[in-house]
Write a protein that binds this ligand. Structure first.
Ligand code: SF4
Length: 364
């Protein structure tokens, strides 16, 4: 077996391998994974060289995770330690009412507890829905419940910290009709979890609230990072991929990001930018530069086919080309490095976790 040692492999090769497995997946089992849900993936969760990584499980992938915990390609050891995240112990518990904890929150990566506090979205009608999102399919499959109460989340978070060493938590929400776009319930949930487990750092994720005071309310409740996710800053792409959400203008996003940076601080705010929705490569990098200037971390992730989404089931959109993701990751990582902005400096959340992006492997 040929070995390319981690010490001698140069960084671009490592980034390119990480890009390849993010898109082609690996042949492996993974006891921790989710099906459907909010956001861009239903990958298996692994630890790659000590960091969480969300990677598609693909029996046809040329990349194999061996039983010795190494990543190989056609028998050659690629110099990565890879192990599937073990099933957490809190998954075996249930509330007094009989709701199993894993229907309330899930383990992401190695140490992140993640939940969607309201699993429905006002934009879920087919003409409105974001085409990459499957927020209600896990609900339809019975693997989650529609609304998580603050008390439920406090109970699960306490157990996940005590039994499984979880260190931070992501709370996202489907969008509601109200002025707060879901932020009010999020704040109640944050408050309850912080009362039960004060040490647990929490990131909240929501659309720009119509009344920006909701951002201060989330901070006052105890959240220390916030994700306000635009996914694309190209209005044409937004209209095609997010017919409902694109009616929230980019200027509303900019106002919300600025207010969030004022309240949460520089590099405690993030947004997803998805590669593979037909965007112009340089415009995406320019958008990332604008975000970085504002103090917002652009969390660059590849689009990944996901059952239950319109993009996959109806449009049959493939994952982006590896070379494209490679180039964009390298260019955005260079901008982040120049600004001294690292995902792992966020107190909690997706940028802090990094599992769904290749930016961390690229040094950002
Ligand atoms: S990056 Fe975010 S969505 Fe991805 S595994 Fe980590 S916490 Fe979950």
């Amino acid at each position: 077996m040929t070995t390319v040692s981690a010490a001698t492999a140069d960084q671009p090769d490592r980034v390119s391998t990480r890009v390849s497995i993010a898109l082609l997946g690996v042949r492996s089992d993974a006891p921790v994974r989710r099906t459907g849900g909010a956001g861009p993936s239903d990958d298996g969760h692994f630890v790659v060289d000590g960091d969480g990584a969300a990677i598609p499980l693909n029996p046809a992938s040329p990349y194999v995770v061996t039983s010795q915990g190494r990543l190989t390609l056609e028998g050659a050891d690629l110099g990565f330690d890879v192990s599937p995240v073990a099933r957490p112990r809190f998954y075996d518990l249930a509330t007094a009412e009989g709701v199993s904890y894993d229907r309330i929150a899930k383990l992401h990566g190695r140490n992140v507890l993640a939940t969607t506090v309201v699993q429905t979205c006002v934009r879920y009608d087919e003409s409105e829905r974001c085409r990459f999102c499957a927020i209600q399919s896990s609900l339809d499959a019975g693997t989650t419940i529609a609304v998580k109460t603050p008390a439920m989340l406090a109970e699960v978070a306490e157990a996940a910290v005590r039994l499984d060493g979880v260190t931070h938590m992501v709370m996202t929400t489907g969008t509601s009709n109200g002025w707060d776009r879901g932020a009010k319930h999020l704040a109640r949930c944050v408050r309850a979890v912080k009362a039960a487990v004060p040490s647990l750092e929490i990131q909240v994720q929501c659309e720009p609230p119509a009344d920006l005071r909701a951002i201060t309310d989330l901070y006052a409740a105890g959240a220390r990072s916030i994700g306000i996710h635009v996914e694309s800053m190209d209005d044409e792409v937004r209209r095609r991929w997010m017919p409902g959400k694109s009616r929230v203008s980019l200027d509303e996003y900019r106002e919300a990001w600025r207010e969030a940076v004022r309240v949460f601080g520089w590099n405690q705010v993030s947004t997803y930018l998805i590669v593979g929705m037909g965007e112009d490569e340089s415009e995406l990098v320019d958008a990332a530069a604008e975000l970085i200037d504002m103090g917002v971390y652009p969390f660059v992730v590849p689009f990944r086919p996901l059952k239950g989404t319109l993009a996959t089931d109806v449009d049959h959109v493939p994952a982006p080309h590896r070379a494209v993701l490679n180039r964009i990751t390298a260019r955005v990582a260079a901008l982040l490095q120049a600004a001294g902005m690292r995902g792992e400096d966020q107190r909690a959340g997706c940028a802090a976790c990094g599992a769904c992006s290749v930016l961390k492997t690229a040094g950002a």
